[in-house]
Design a protein around this ligand. Sequence first.
Ligand code: TYD
Ligand code: MG
Length: 486
Amino acid sequence: MPHPREARTVFLCQECGYESPRWMGFCPAPGCGSAQPLAETTRAPDRPSNPSWTSSRREGGPEPLQELSQLRTGGEPRIPLPSEEINRVLGGGIVPGSVSLLAGEPGVGKSTLLLQIARYLAASGGSVVYASGEESAHQIHLRSRRLDLPGDGIFLLSETDVEQILARLEESRPSLAIVDSIQTLYTRDAPSGPGSVVQVRECGLRLLRWAKQRDVPVLIAGHMTKDGSLAGPRVLEHMVDTVLYLDGEDLNAYRLLRCGKNRFGSTQEVGVFEMTGQGLTEVPDPSHTLLSQRYDRAVGSVLVPVLEGSRPLLLEVQALTSPSYAPVPRRVANGVDYNRLLMLSAVAVRRAGLDLTGQDIIVSVAGGFRVTEPAVDLGVLIAIASSLYNRPLEPGTVVLGEVGLSGELRSVPQIDRRLSESARLGMNRAVVPAAAGREATGIAHGGTSLEMVAVRTVRQAIREIWGPPGAQQDGQPEEPEWEDLE
Ligand code: TYD
Ligand code: MG
């Protein structure tokens, strides 16, 4: 057994951080399924040679035991930011001593958001250290100019050695420390290169320890791969207090800030931003913004009140069917699940009698939003029907419901919030599953009366929207009146 002070060889999974003293081939950890075999690494000695706050050694004796009932602490102190959307996601502001991970794909706007948060703190008299291993001070300066940011109280540090960063933090004791990004950091105590699991874990631990000891919040940026996992360092997700995800479609300006984990609040909140020339600006009423860009009698367009976390959003689902010239008609899904679209078009053919033979189907959610909840099912199916029949829905109609394989409609959670949001935006008719309609009766929707059309099957929904079969296909392509768009 090697002495804890000596470096020892271990085999590590580069995805989840599973550690084994022996070579085991692929990672045996349940739910990991990494395609990379375990990598041989030298584990840093348990006690690094320099006994400072970077080491795991603690001054004095062990911590005393504390009885829970005897603890007297006030509410969690928080530093509120002058940004409603960020506060909402964080649960009211930044908690001193907390460590948050801001994860997102490269280019989504992590550095931009972090610099904006730095600005908010500096503007209220705090000082912020922004340690970047990715960009030079010059590059950050250029970005700050785009953001029209004065820069007082923000101190830049181009450094990748975590011990050096901590030394600077210890000297300056800022009110917030930002590290961009964890993948560029390294510690000399661990042997492998920056970005590896060992490095990410060791650097993360050091930052965590410093944040807790000095009661200073630390924000760490982390790159995420396309499939949603943090490139390599999933270990970090377990260590930090808060995990925030910033995502958005590449070409679309909207960015969603979600919370994957929060030790100080709910993970249900979502912040909506728009990437503009001046950085990320808040979109306080996204439904309204999206609606204002919509044409009321558009064919193949359906409004669906979805829930992003606990926040209701009225999103537009669009579908286009067109005769296919490919041997196998194509299905394209933007913002909805591809397999769900296949299932819904099969249900549309078999249970609702839609003739989709030889039709390409394209479905997309306006604004680049992604909807994963099944409540959007009926909206997708009705949008396809609308495009196929070439008939729009009556203005002011919203549609929601989960569709089953036999064409039956299932209830959706939290229908009241969805209906209130629809009523708030001036909608007057909701096509809902019969089961959900019963739950929602007798609820006032912000003064506006919302006519509830309760339906049991997709066929019935189509009948309620466009009348009995036969009346549906008028064969008269309805041209949109483009003047209306002005
Ligand atoms: P960035 O914050 O560098 O992304 P990340 O740190 O997640 O890799 O932002 C990258 C993109 O944002 C870049 O393509 C340019 C764009 N951007 C704007 O559109 N407006 C702005 O004001 C800024 C600063 C960036
Ligand atoms: Mg960046």
